[in-house]
Ligand binder design. Structure first.
Ligand code: HH2
Length: 250
């Protein structure tokens, strides 16, 4: 999953794709580089981000998605109205970092439109007994909620939410013990690309991002431990690394 953030403030590519022409070109480039789907987002979720009003988010993402005919698109939003308009324009997956808790209309929308949905773990004030068991229990509960709301279980993807309310060690533990999340029976998405834990484990305690080399290491290990979808900014390098990892693992 290639990332196109149509935002001024995303943690690693803020402002780069705010212009629709550049965002559309980036989406096409990511597909050429081997992405299976492009995740278009109009609101940053980085720590301390500014909430984006509905109209601004629509103004950012719709002109981009409108011009992505033929490109598989995922819409990164927690607002049902943004998701609805994106789905009308052909988006296939709703990437909701609130796991259907941010907007009461989201679950029904996904159910009736028969879209795919990614449910991500994010607790704002976490008190983990065991981070992996707690994330697994959360995802299992959200999975049940989504199915009860009429969403086809076969259309649901789960995500531990790397970097969302977790320490550096907890982020790595989630990937180390990924099989415990894979055992919930749905495809697992991992988004470690450029995240600050990568820079911090390399010795910069104040890092806001991590380098490509570290992103690739995390993606390869996540893949080996059962991740199905890797969310990444640098698609060509990820496709190359994962192709080799797949060849080595046979
Ligand atoms: N991470 C980010 C945003 N959306 N969605 C899922 N499902 N999983 C993730 O790990 C995830 C996500 C944060 O990364 P990015 O989009 O690069 O930054 P920002 O939120 O600052 O726009």
């Amino acid at each position: 999953m290639g990332i196109v953030n149509v935002t001024p403030d995303s943690f690693s590519d803020g402002g780069v794709y705010l212009d629709p022409d550049r965002a559309v070109a980036a989406a096409h480039r990511l597909i050429e580089e081997g992405a299976a789907i492009v995740d278009v987002g109009g609101e940053s979720t980085r720590p301390g981000h500014e909430p984006v009003p509905l109209d601004d988010e629509l103004r950012r993402v719709l002109p981009v998605i409108e011009r992505l005919d033929g490109v598989p698109v995922s819409i990164d939003t927690s607002k049902a109205e943004v998701a609805r308009r994106a789905l009308e324009l052909g988006a296939e997956l709703v990437n909701d970092v609130t796991a259907l808790r941010g907007d009461a209309g989201m679950a029904g929308l996904v159910a009736t439109s028969r879209a795919w949905v990614c449910l991500m773990h994010w607790e704002r004030e976490p008190a983990y007994a065991d981070v992996v068991s707690d994330v697994a229990a959360f995802l299992e509960e959200r999975l049940r909620f989504a199915v009860d709301a009429g969403i086809d279980e076969e259309h649901i993807v789960l995500d531990p939410g790397i970097g969302f309310g977790k320490t550096v060690q907890q982020n790595f533990e989630l990937v180390r013990r990924l099989p415990e999340l894979v055992s919930l029976g749905r495809p697992v998405l991992v988004g470690f690309s450029r995240k600050s834990s990568l820079g911090r484990i390399l010795g910069d305690e104040k890092a806001k991002t991590g380098p490509l080399s570290a992103s690739l290491a995390a993606a390869v290990v996540a893949y080996e431990r059962g991740a199905t979808i890797l969310r990444a900014h640098d698609v060509r390098a990820h496709v190359e690394a994962l192709t080799v990892a797949a060849a080595v693992s046979g």
